[in-house]
Design a protein around this ligand. Sequence first.
Ligand code: PLP
Length: 438
Amino acid sequence: MDSHSKLRNYGIFRYFCNRFSYILEKRTTLNRNTVYKMLDINTIEKLDRIATPFYYYDMDLFRKTVNTAAELASKYRLKVHYAVKANVERRLLEYISGIGFGADCVSGNEVLHAHDCGFPAEKIVYAGVGKSDKEIYNALKLGIEAFNCESLQEIFVINEMAHIHKMKANVSVRINPDIDAHTHKYVTTGLYENKFGISQHEFDKLIDILQKCEHINFIGLHFHIGSQITRVDEVFALECKRVNEIVAYFERNGLKVQNINLGGGLGVDYDDPDGSAIPEFETWFRTIAENIERREDQTVHVEPGRSLVAQCATLISRVLFVKSGETKNFLIMDAGMNDLIRPALYGAYHKIENLSASQRTFYPTHQAYDIVGPVCESSDVWGAGRLLPLSVRGDLMAIRSTGAYGQVMASRYNMKDLAPSVFSDALDEAPQVVDYFE
Ligand SMILES: Cc1ncc(COP(=O)(O)O)c(C=O)c1O
């Protein structure tokens, strides 16, 4: 057998493995708000033997989360594209592609990676305000499901390239609906002040261009108003209302809107990762189903990123030193902003637990600590004034809800090593702690 056929056969084998485990897992789908204890005593003992820092993936919780979303999407007749930017870990992508979701990508490399992890080209959509010629060319050649275009000029460029290469490109247009997602300003994307999408003042020009460009197929409209949305029913109902008006406007003007893509944005509970292990997919999807106006032949798409992967991962770190400052106590950890930049970048909150202290029989009263990383930046702070049980050098610490926008944004700043992935079903393969005092 040549290497190409071997690869193909391996792909088919992988697909059926994922499909099979999906069917098995389906029976154990969690209800929303089910309490799920990720870090029990047995797990903590095993994690304590592994060299820190590392991203710990609870694969049971991950699969249950994806399966819950899949079941509910089918109940409410929604098509799901996973927003790859949230986490590009191959094992996660292979599972997600195996259960039949598509991929939402925002760079040429994400498109290629998603394809490599089993997403068929015809289930990959490609958004992003700045696509380079090389990225457009590669995606065009691959035959992706659609370019989600974000400017008039981008539509011209794709039309021209498709013409030169004697192809036709599927195009969806990302609209900026000017809706406040009531979330952090850095993850708000649907206001006129944001760089994303095409705004109303260009609609007539846009419709004209779409009708004149012969080398593109207009297939639908795309929206994504922001991330970590917690006022779920209110915000998504408002989004649907605005989308209905915009879709109707395009159709009145002679463009058939086949796909309505509402983007991602469902928030997760960073305060209580065990208490709300599975995000509110039910509320999100029901709100859409109740508020979107669709004909039988129209498909409605969603693009969850964070909600599928955030809660299944924990950044595991260790206390290097405890330092008493003039006015506060510092816990200095071996994980820093190079491993997870969200707190330094957005002031994001992550729950932090001292796993070693939780196992000690002697459980002293809590103390306030500024929990910090080792990087030479004053913004390298995990949490200020956090109450924790008395903590000592060597304690194993958990920074919770780190599966989304964590590892993907890691850097080698200060020439630190990248924290590896450790999977709950392959703990024996993880690099073990080395004792340098022996
Ligand atoms: C176009 C698009 N779709 C989907 C998402 C996923 O959003 P979330 O992770 O909040 O679900 C993003 C994230 O920024 C995005 O830019």
